[in-house]
Ligand binder design. Structure first.
Ligand SMILES: [Zn+2]
Length: 454
């Protein structure tokens, strides 16, 4: 088998839908090895609460980046990206197929779309003016006149305009969309102008409307499937006990409350039982303890359900649109949606279909259309345009990193979530450290004129 360079398979989906099982079946069928992409399964121990594959499953297929880190160590998406790219290379060099399997979608995303944190050089922009022949078309929405819009075959002719001029036009007509697109994203800005000239309605209005339809779109999840961990109560409570003792040993002395924001503590199931565990420590298995235990289980169900919904929404609103966008790029990214709703038909609907598609891909045989693999697939692919949320698309500039970049590159993230990730990134931390050092030096009267990357 001759794998194209950088070929990688990935199994994504909500919690407890059978990702690990599919990963193993797929690996056995196509001579693959599994790279874990679940941010909590990287940690040693706590196998029930993090839903890890069993030892006998691990014996069937090699698993990487699983069960290897001390539970208190912070592991970032950048760490994951570096480690998994190294593993992908190693596995490929053995003529085997790397398969990412796990529920942490932004981990998978960081590997598959490995430049999702956008950095662009806005200074490459030419300073051209007067590109639009007849400016009256673009002056304001009030001047809008369908008969005289410069549209041919649904396209506006803006060839001679710089991206800056285009975005300024858009700002006058549809300021919301102008703030959504990256200042250099010429193609999308033009598309927003086209939507307005073609339909007479603002692009942002179209998006807002489709989002209000989306509110009725409630994803229900099957409780029995989601709460496997809760069904294994004995295992769960052994781990909660183990974890609580571990936490106690960490916070002892300064008596501060655990924050549940480091390493393994972020797993659903620990903070939910904090009150219960305290009660047991003080009064044993009291009536109150039983009550707190039931509350904890309910809380855990709620949070698991919330997490599952978040995962589904990420796939629908982020992955699918990104895959669609990537069609025009160098990298070839295919995404097949399989329906795991009916667990009785899992072999037929999920396992066999996935293996069939993967084998065809590897043998360079014709592949099915991405919207044809299940009813769910056609539903998702055909509704993709309606699913973008404006908030997820807004470009946020990091002033700190932009101002301190030697190459004068402006640093942008797409959406609030990505911006938050950026603020935690190594790059941003380095910049902060650099500024601090410069301030220290300035206090001592030492200054530098030159800006440097660090
Ligand atoms: Zn920054």
């Amino acid at each position: 088998m001759n794998l194209a360079k950088n070929t990688v398979f990935a199994v994504i989906g909500t919690t407890s839908v059978g990702k690990s099982k599919l990963g193993i079946e797929l690996a056995k069928a196509i001579n693959g090895e599994i790279i874990n992409s679940d941010s909590l399964q990287v940690y040693k121990g706590f196998n029930t609460i993090t839903n890890k594959v069993t030892n006998s499953e691990r014996e069937q297929v090699p698993h990487h980046l699983l069960d290897f880190l001390d539970p208190s160590v912070q592991y970032t998406v950048q760490d994951f990206e570096t480690d998994s790219i190294k593993k992908i290379k190693e596995i490929s060099e053995m003529n085997k197929v790397p398969i990412l399997v796990g529920g942490t979608n932004y981990y998978t995303q960081s590997v598959i779309f490995n430049n999702s944190l956008v950095t662009k050089n806005s200074r490459e922009e030419s300073e051209k003016f007067g590109c639009i022949q007849d400016k009256k078309y673009y002056n304001s929405t009030e001047n809008y006149n369908t008969r005289s819009t410069p549209i041919e075959n649904g396209k506006i002719n803006l060839e001679n305009c710089s991206s800056n001029e285009i975005i300024e036009r858009l700002r006058k007509i549809d300021p919301t969309m102008a703030s959504v697109w990256h200042p250099n994203d010429r193609r999308r800005a033009i598309r927003s102008l086209e939507v307005f000239y073609e339909t007479g309605k603002l692009h942002s209005e179209w998006i807002k409307e489709s989002q209000s339809h989306e509110k009725n779109d409630n994803q229900s999840s099957d409780p029995d499937v989601l709460y496997q961990r809760i069904r294994n109560r004995e295992g769960l409570f052994t781990e909660i006990d183990e974890f609580s003792k571990y936490i106690e040993s960490r916070v002892d002395g300064n008596k501060s409350k655990p924050t549940y924001d480091f390493g393994i503590s972020q797993a659903i199931g620990f903070r939910e039982f904090e009150e219960y565990w305290k009660e047991v420590q003080t009064n044993g298995q009291s009536g109150k303890a039983l009550e707190l235990k039931e509350n904890g289980i309910e809380e855990m169900k709620r949070n698991t359900n919330k997490y599952a919904k978040k995962q589904v929404s990420w796939i629908k609103n982020k992955f699918l649109p990104m895959v669609k966008e990537a069609k025009n790029s160098k990298s070839k990214i295919l995404l097949y949606v399989l329906d795991a709703t009916d667990l009785n038909d899992w072999d037929k609907n999920v396992k066999e279909k996935a293996i069939d598609i993967a084998q065809k891909f590897l043998l360079n045989e014709p592949l099915p259309e991405m919207n044809s693999t299940s009813e769910l697939a056609s539903l998702l692919w055909n509704n993709i345009k309606k699913r973008k949320r404006i908030d997820d698309l807004i470009k946020i500039k990091c002033e700190i990193c932009s101002d301190n970049s030697k190459s004068r590159k402006e640093v942008y993230s797409t959406g609030e979530a990505e911006h938050k990730l950026h603020l935690k990134s190594k790059r941003h931390q380095k910049t902060l450290k650099y500024i601090k050092t410069m301030e220290e030096l300035a206090k001592r009267g030492i200054t530098f004129n030159k800006k440097t990357d660090h």
